[in-house]
Write a protein that binds this ligand. Structure first.
Ligand SMILES: [Zn+2]
Length: 1041
């Protein structure tokens, strides 16, 4: 079993107080809790997150105790050069040509092909050519049925490398170019005059290049990084007693029996070491293994088939000393496919497991330390934010845990606002929290923070009016108008379209909204420069008027055409000056003007894995999305269509602009009431959830590691900077990595994501997460630390890319080969005695099951009636959802619910939530006398057996007998019985934990929905897919070849 001891889990609060003893003594404990005194409030506040909506958010309590990790071979004074390999965009992000230059400002998008091609594998000592047919890294030509974990040659795209000339940030760190004026009149001027490039010194090349402000990656400049490299060595030894002082509690000596002096630290400038930590860390490496005897088990899956835990699978805990692990980032926010990092690429290649990170960086947090300080302390070399895993050489100097540069501690940082003690830089919240948010000073702005701008674009064609969606959406907007994140500067606007485009003037003082129709869709223009996007506060009544009348305005329309493309162009023009969020509602295939599409789904192709249209049929939507990205506009697409609408093409508008796609197939206000309910619930979340504007994200990792492929909705701007015009708390990201330089001299590596954004209140903020992991030298340790959920999630992302760039069947083969390759590697290299059977390390005991589940997931399944748009949507979800939801969609949770009890129940806000055990996904686990709930993420299915007990029928479903269960039942009655209360509490709890609204279907044995239920029985055989046991036999055959 994995260890559930995640430091940030709910139970940590008591431990936290205990560890805060030292801080408490000084009168100002830092607990992540409410602000305790005036001093703190001026310096450190605790944010609930704006509009933290998700009740299930975990309390991010981080113990305040720290130890400083030993760093490896010093490289202070050196800066790291980014390998060209790390410059490539992900396969899904390759930009074929320049963005449409329709605006005067040149966005810092890469354009044109790069002269640089990927290094041939022969130039990379770590990359060994491998035979085809496996999943191996290093092969220079991808075989059709495998992909490489390390380099991008699996994509058919030609990788682009940004030209140095656009990477101003990487060469000009010391003089960031920005507009620092907070003068609101300036902002108004900008808005009113539509100036998009508000330079105040003329030196700024592009206004939307955030590269320089977030800070480049590893700098290639020759700035002196350590003025006196020999200094640190001599000084280091002179402070031997200091490091324990950097811990909040008495130094832990943990009786290792190893005198610090006996440890062999690498010589060099880093020779000053944190001795207690070093000893503890080594101890942890050894004792950690014995702590998890279960984890060392080797399992024969053919004999032990039921490896699914009955409680939710926990991520593995990195094998770190507990004092480090306590400070580590919560795995819900940041986790790695391998919690033990192989020290060389060769070792990683041997394991044949993908190395990558899965992130949920903007997740709603119950508690988040927020630091307001004029000095944000960052490494001068690589721009890493100071974090719990840096080491202090002494009070005045800290060593970066990513590039090993020794940095000065700024004077201001010497003072700890929490303890009000001078000379405690190591106790600052920045060094005590792996997740933290900074209020960014003006250097982090290229222009004054823009107001929140929300533009809604509605399809009002005949088809759209038929669905009746406008009623729902307008009502939702009316209900949530005051809850839109923002402030007094919030702006709002509306566009509707059919064969023409309609604008609405909402000028304050008008008696009613004015509609302006633009019928020239060939050359779209904005009919009036102002009053189409208006201040929500000032024009609220007009906005409400419009929302009330809009649903009726088009009820008589006969217009069937849809000029979506021109409408998007108009919306883009309207939003260009400020950026913001564009919410587009579309109900059919666009038929008119630019971006018009043709039906290309052929029913007989649905079941084939061969030639299906997964790629866009036009680059219009992608190009427009890149324009949007350049102007800080994100586009969210709500597709409500019963017909094929070519989501593969339409979805690009959201994907590259960092938006989201919502899909409601067969939405109809009368015929499909559960879809109406779903849309309303999800709109409420959508409209009120936290939002960040003008965002960029960069992920850094310890020197030697290299990030090379990104997954998610964004555009990769320069090098490795992800452009996110909007960031929302429900989006997940993944990256692939390789080991570029040997890590043999280091014991720990770190990963840091920094998300710079403008809050809806107009504050510039930076949210930083730092994850620390151990480096290992043996294959066994690599396998031991494998995180099977993260691996499966990353493989799913890779498989989507593969489906698009090659084919679906190719992606499926690659998934299967991923299992075969890694288990073969384990068998041949890590397993000491060769036994018959399918032997797997405990950590990977669910790997074959999860991959089989992926093969049966809507994205990758064959032989079904999955419609093309539904498949594309599933793929969008794989790319954009946080891991937890992706796993639920892939491998649903099955519970028996006709006998729920309070045994093991949890209590939340006086509610008792039953926790029934999770069952294997096989009909063997069903019985006709029971009722079973399947939680498949976006849908809940309650199957009621024919002989289900009378008690459940009457006390929960409220019916006398089985025959009386309605054919369509999507709601449970609230009955005054304990059984009803338990069932409803359980279902509500499942729903509350996610940002989307799963519909509940009650399914009788003879209901047509039963097929959907059985479809998710991953372990069972279907007409086109193997059973789990058959799959295991197949894997075993291949592994034992
Ligand atoms: Zn650094």
């Amino acid at each position: 079993m994995s260890q559930p001891g995640i430091p940030a889990s709910g139970g940590a609060s008591t431990g936290l107080q205990a560890q805060n003893g030292a801080a408490s003594a000084s009168g100002s404990p830092y607990t992540n809790g409410p602000v305790q005194n005036a001093l703190m409030s001026s310096q450190v506040s605790v944010s609930q997150g704006y509009n933290s909506q998700l009740p299930g958010s975990y309390p991010h309590l981080i113990p305040a105790k720290t130890l400083n990790p030993v760093s490896g071979q010093s490289n202070s004074g050196g800066s790291q050069t980014v390998s060209p390999l790390s410059n490539y965009q992900g396969p899904g992000q390759a930009l074929y040509g320049p963005p449409v230059a329709s605006h005067p400002v040149t966005p810092s998008l890469r354009s044109g092909p790069s002269p640089q091609m990927p290094l041939p594998t022969s130039q990379n000592p770590a990359a060994t050519p491998m035979p085809s047919g496996s999943f191996l890294p290093g092969a220079s030509v991808p075989s059709p049925s495998n992909w490489q974990y390390n380099y991008l040659s699996q994509t058919n795209h030609c990788p682009r490398v940004s030209s140095q000339s656009t990477m101003t940030g990487n060469t000009n760190l010391m003089s960031p170019q920005y507009v620092s004026s907070g003068d609101s009149s300036l902002q108004n001027n900008i808005i009113k005059s539509g100036i998009t490039s508000n330079t105040n010194n003329g030196s700024m090349v592009v206004h939307n290049s955030y590269d320089e402000i977030e800070g480049g990656g590893f700098l290639a400049t020759s700035q002196p990084t350590n003025k006196n490299p020999t200094m640190s060595r001599s000084v280091g030894y002179s402070y031997p007693s200091l490091p324990p002082g950097y811990q909040n509690t008495t130094p832990s000596t943990t009786g290792t029996g190893i005198p610090p002096s006996s440890l062999n630290y690498p010589s060099g400038p880093q020779a000053f070491t944190q001795t207690p930590l070093g000893a503890n860390h080594l101890t942890a490496s050894m004792s950690g293994l014995s702590l998890h005897p279960e984890g060392l088990r080797v399992i024969n899956l053919l004999q032990e088939r039921n490896m699914l835990p009955s409680t939710p699978l926990q991520p593995p805990v990195p094998n770190l000393h507990e004092d480090i692990q306590k400070l580590n980032c919560n795995p819900e926010l940041f986790r790695c496919t391998l919690t033990s990092i192989p020290q060389t690429q060769a070792l990683l290649n041997k394991a044949k497991l993908p190395l990558g990170l899965l992130l949920h960086p903007f997740k709603d947090l119950v508690q988040l330390p927020v630091v307001t300080s004029s000095t944000i302390v960052r490494c001068r070399s690589c721009r890493t934010y100071i974090n719990p895993f840096v080491s202090f050489l002494d009070q005045r100097r800290w060593k970066c845990n990513l590039c090993y540069r020794v940095n000065d501690v700024p004077e201001e940082f010497m003072y700890n606002p929490l303890t009000r003690v001078y000379g405690e830089p190591h106790r600052r919240p920045e060094v005590q929290n792996a997740t933290i948010e900074f209020m960014a000073p003006s250097e982090y702005m290229l222009r004054p923070p823009q107001p929140p701008v929300y533009l809604f674009v509605f399809d009002v064609s005949h088809n759209a009016v038929e669905t009746g969606y406008l009623n729902s959406v307008c009502q939702s907007l009316l209900d949530n108008l005051d809850l839109l994140p923002g402030n007094t500067r919030t702006k709002i606007g509306f566009i509707t379209f059919d064969s023409t485009i309609h604008f609405y003037s909402l000028q304050e003082g008008l008696s009613q909204p004015q509609m302006l129709i633009v019928s020239d869709i060939e050359d779209v223009f904005i009919p009036m420069p102002e009053n189409l996007l208006v201040n929500l506060n000032e024009s609220k009544e007009l906005v409400q008027d419009l929302l009330k009348t809009l649903p009726q305005m088009f009820t008589k329309t006969l217009e069937t055409q849809s000029a979506l493309g021109p409408a998007l162009q108009a919306a883009f023009k309207l939003m260009s000056p400020t950026g913001g969020r564009m919410s587009v509602f579309q109900t059919q295939l666009p038929t008119l003007g630019v971006g018009a599409l043709k039906p290309r789904e052929e029913p007989n192709q649905r079941s084939s894995a061969k030639e299906i249209h997964l790629t866009p049929s036009t680059d219009f939507y992608k190009k427009l999305a890149l324009d949007c990205s350049g102007q800080q506009v994100a586009v969210d697409l709500f597709l409500l269509s019963g017909q094929y609408s070519d989501l593969a093409s339409l979805g690009c508008i959201s994907r590259y602009s960092a938006g989201s796609v919502y899909y409601y197939p067969s939405y109809h206000h009368q015929h499909n009431p559960v879809q109406v309910q779903k849309l309303q619930k999800e709109l409420q979340r959508y409209l009120t959830r936290k939002i960040g504007f003008e965002a960029v994200m960069r992920i850094r990792c310890t020197k030697g590691l290299s990030i090379h492929t990104f997954h998610g909705n964004f555009f990769v701007r320069s090098t490795d900077l992800l452009s996110l015009p909007n960031v929302n708390p429900d989006a997940g990201y993944a990256v692939q990595m390789s080991v570029e330089e040997s890590l043999t001299d280091t014991q720990l590596v770190s990963f840091q994501s920094a998300l710079l954004y403008t809050s809806s209140k107009g504050e510039r903020r930076i949210r930083v997460h730092t994850l620390c992991l151990p480096v290992v030298s043996t294959l066994n340790e690599v396998f031991l630390g494998a995180d099977v959920q993260a691996i499966s999630g990353l493989l799913a992302n890779m498989a989507v890319d593969r489906s698009v760039t090659a084919s679906l069947s190719d992606a499926r083969d690659a998934l299967v080969n991923a299992v075969i390759d890694s288990l073969s590697a384990y068998r041949s290299s890590a397993l000491s005695n060769q036994q018959p059977g399918l032997m797997v390390p405990f950590s990977l005991r669910l790997f074959p099951l999860f991959v089989l589940a992926l093969l049966k997931q809507k994205s990758f399944q064959t032989g079904t009636n999955a419609r093309l748009d539904e498949r594309i949507f599933a793929m969008c979800q794989v790319k954009n959802q946080p891991l937890v939801y992706l796993m639920l969609t892939t491998h649903p949770s099955l519970y028996r619910v006709d006998n729920l009890s309070d045994e093991g129940a949890i209590s939340i806000n006086d509610r008792t939530i039953p926790q029934p055990p999770i069952l294997q996904l096989s009909v063997e686990k069903l019985s006709r006398d029971g009722a079973f709930l399947m939680d498949a993420g976006s849908v809940l299915m309650l199957w009621v057996g024919r002989n289900c007990g009378q008690n459940f029928l009457s006390q929960v479903l409220g019916v006398e007998n089985y025959a009386l269960i309605p054919q369509t039942m999507t709601d449970l009655p609230e009955l005054d019985t304990p059984e009803s209360a338990r069932t409803i509490a359980f279902i509500s709890w499942l729903r509350e934990q996610r940002p989307f609204y799963p519909i509940l279907y009650v399914i009788r044995d003879e209901s047509p929905m039963k097929a959907n239920f059985l479809q998710n029985m991953v372990e069972d055989r279907t007409e086109s897919a193997l059973s789990y046991y058959e799959f295991l036999l197949h894997i075993q055959q291949q592994v034992n070849k």
